[in-house]
Ligand binder design. Structure first.
Ligand code: CP
Length: 304
């Protein structure tokens, strides 16, 4: 059932990186996420989000499209083989065209600079749906999941600790950035050569030993060892990440209350076992479902 919701006052123009969002702006988005949770309304009636994908997606595509629908708006999905960003047409020209037709652009790209150009030339809000460097929309859903777990009344994660096990990748970077904004601690355990190189900038600690990272963690988080675009390195990576699997033995070294997150898709039996994914400490599917709720809050703040 549709209902009226007051427009949020927002000074957030784009959502390209959590490094460009301050803690008040993040709080505004998270408050809207929880306000809209489970609700449909007409806040974005008449508004359209253009969604451009250079890489495949399940959760991100469905959650943004469904979120627009639940807010009374609509989404148009454009695959890279249709739009030809930077190939069929200059990125700046695509941006100018979309800027006069729709109300927001969401893009999943390889190069973060493509997002910057879309924002510069479109004049409308641009959302990062994942690039090689960051996945900020995923981080919103992750902290929402942890707030539901550890602070359902106050949505406060200050001093909670995340243990990231595995590749210091784009998802790890966005989690480190959002942890800093929320006053959370983050320790990453990665093999040599696969660390989050800028961990210290976000106040995160980088170690080698997964058991050290999980020892006092509230949440144990992992991701694939072979991200999109790294398929040629698969054999080398799987060898390097031996010993970094999130399994029952590793969880036994974590506090009993610690929960497990994985942004998905997961390679069961590689970075995470079936017993952990499907076990009582897994919040993986709630995390996936929270993508929808997180996108609604984000879209409401950016597009309304
Ligand atoms: N976690 C995530 O971004 O999933 P998709 O790649 O399926 O969108």
């Amino acid at each position: 059932m549709s209902e009226k919701i007051k427009n949020p006052q927002s000074k957030i123009k784009n959502f390209l990186s959590l490094s460009q969002i301050n803690s008040d702006q993040l709080r505004l988005i998270l408050d809207k996420v929880f306000e809209l949770h489970g609700r449909q309304c007409d806040l974005l009636a008449g508004k359209t989000l253009a969604m451009i994908f250079e890489k495949p997606s399940l959760r991100t595509r469905v959650s943004f499209e469904q979120a627009m629908y639940e807010l009374g708006g609509q989404a148009i999905v454009i695959r890279q083989d249709e739009v030809g960003l930077g190939k069929r047409e200059a990125i700046s020209d695509v941006a100018r065209v979309l800027g006069g037709m729709v109300h927001g652009i969401a893009a999943r790209v390889f190069d973060h600079n493509v997002l910057v150009q879309l924002a510069e030339f479109s004049g409308i809000p641009v959302i990062n749906m994942l690039c090689d460097d960051e996945h900020p929309a995923q981080a919103l859903a992750d902290v929402m999941t942890l707030m539901q777990e550890f602070s359902p009344d106050h949505h406060d994660l200050a001093c909670r600790k995340l243990a990231w096990i595995g590749d210091g990748n784009n998802v790890a970077r966005s989690l480190a950035q959002i942890s800093k904004l929320l006053g959370m601690k983050m320790m990453l355990a990665s093999p040599a050569g696969y660390e989050l190189t800028d961990a210290a900038q976000w106040g995160a600690t980088q170690v080698r030993d997964p058991k050290q990272a999980v020892a006092d963690a509230d949440a144990v988080v992992t991701d694939t060892f072979v991200s999109m675009g790294q398929e040629a390195e698969k054999a080398k990576r799987l060898e390097a990440f031996r010993g970094y699997q999130v399994n029952d033995e590793l969880l036994a070294a974590a506090p009993k209350h610690a929960v497990v997150l994985h942004c998905l898709p997961a390679y069961r039996g590689v970075e995470i076992t079936d017993s952990v994914m499907d076990g009582p400490r897994s919040r993986v599917f709630r995390e996936a479902h929270n993508r929808l709720h997180a996108q609604k809050g984000l879209l409401a703040v950016l597009l309304s």
